[in-house]
Ligand binder design. Structure first.
Ligand SMILES: NC(=O)c1ccc[n+]([C@@H]2O[C@H](COP(=O)([O-])OP(=O)(O)OC[C@H]3O[C@@H](n4cnc5c(N)ncnc54)[C@H](OP(=O)(O)O)[C@@H]3O)[C@@H](O)[C@H]2O)c1
Length: 278
């Protein structure tokens, strides 16, 4: 694929989960407010991927961005993570399900390629299984066919990643995980990613960490920077090398989340936030 069709990885992703009938409008609003990275999934239980596509189309019509400006990420979700609204034939083998899910995602999003295609979660919480190997090989074929620029895995432990690597599987370009401050903000997985130049995407940075948002040290720093605790957390995440996600439905929070990129926290402040509740 020509290099000019490859969008740079943005420094913030807008997440489209749990928006239901507001999905189209909020996706368009996110483009209007300046987001250029959009995260979704072909998992109707939590996302309305077709409405994300309608929001993108509305944004293109309004001249907010072009497809080439955007980083679009979607996911393949195993049947056990879905409800009855499946984007593939449940009787088909996993390789076929991946191909069908990808085809359906491209139709939903109104594009002929995505920038990142993510395995939503491994088949087992305990390790990298044969099912994961089959799904991942099918995803690699989608990438080789040009339907995605890159690949990722989500909801993985260090054990999953180590076993995946030991199996000889191609390394992901992205890892997307829920990030708990009490676990050192997923320190072990982040270190694994940093060593291999895998981009770590952090979600639930706010919702998983209420004790950080209400911590007096965060409040003091936020006051000093004339910022909010949420902005401190997002900026901290970027400064330790994460690509943060936000799924805010509030235009003011969209502005604040993007504006957090301008905060210049000191190395000491970053270290302090990293170990605040660990
Ligand atoms: N791979 C996976 O399994 C997985 C799982 C979960 C999520 N995700 C992805 O990650 C995205 C984000 O999900 P999330 O779990 O991080 O949570 P979220 O659904 O984005 O929730 C963010 C919460 O933080 C609030 N918020 C955002 N910016 C704020 C600000 N500046 N000030 C105050 N509050 C603010 C939002 O409230 P307001 O709406 O009022 O701003 C909302 O309550 C999802 O949409 C999805 O794309 C992926």
């Amino acid at each position: 694929m020509p290099a000019q069709r490859r969008a740079a990885v943005p420094d913030f992703l807008y997440g489209t989960a749990w928006k239901e009938d507001r999905t189209q409008d909020l996706t368009e609003l996110a483009l209007r407010m300046g987001f250029r990275g959009i995260d979704t999934a072909n998992q109707r239980r939590h996302y309305v991927e077709a409405a994300v596509g309608q929001g993108l189309a509305a944004g293109f019509r309004a001249g907010l961005a072009t497809r080439a400006d955007l980083f679009l990420q979607t996911k393949f979700t195993y049947q056990r993570g879905q409800d009855h609204r499946l984007p593939y034939d449940p009787a088909a083998d996993l390789s076929t399900q991946v191909a069908q899910s990808m085809q359906s995602s491209l139709e939903h999003l109104g594009t002929d390629y995505v920038d990142s295609y993510v395995l939503h979660g491994p088949a087992s919480g305990y390790g990298w299984t044969d099912d994961d190997a089959e799904a991942w090989a099918a995803m690699v074929r989608e990438r080789d066919a040009g339907r995605t620029r890159s690949l990722g895995v989500s909801n993985v432990s260090l054990r999953h990643l180590a076993q995946m690597a030991a199996s000889g599987a191609e390394a992901p370009a992205f890892v997307q995980n829920r990030c708990f401050a009490s676990l050192g903000w997923d320190r072990a997985v982040r270190a694994f990613c940093a060593e291999r130049k895998i981009v770590y995407q952090g979600f639930s940075l706010l919702t998983a960490n209420p004790e950080v948002l209400s911590h007096p040290r965060i409040a003091a720093m936020a006051t000093r920077y004339k910022a909010t605790p949420a902005q401190m957390v997002f900026r901290f995440a970027q400064l330790v090398g994460m690509l943060p996600l936000t799924g805010t439905s509030d235009p003011e929070h969209m502005t604040q989340d993007l504006a957090s990129r301008e905060l210049s926290l000191s190395a000491d402040e970053v270290r302090a936030i990293e170990s605040l509740v660990a």
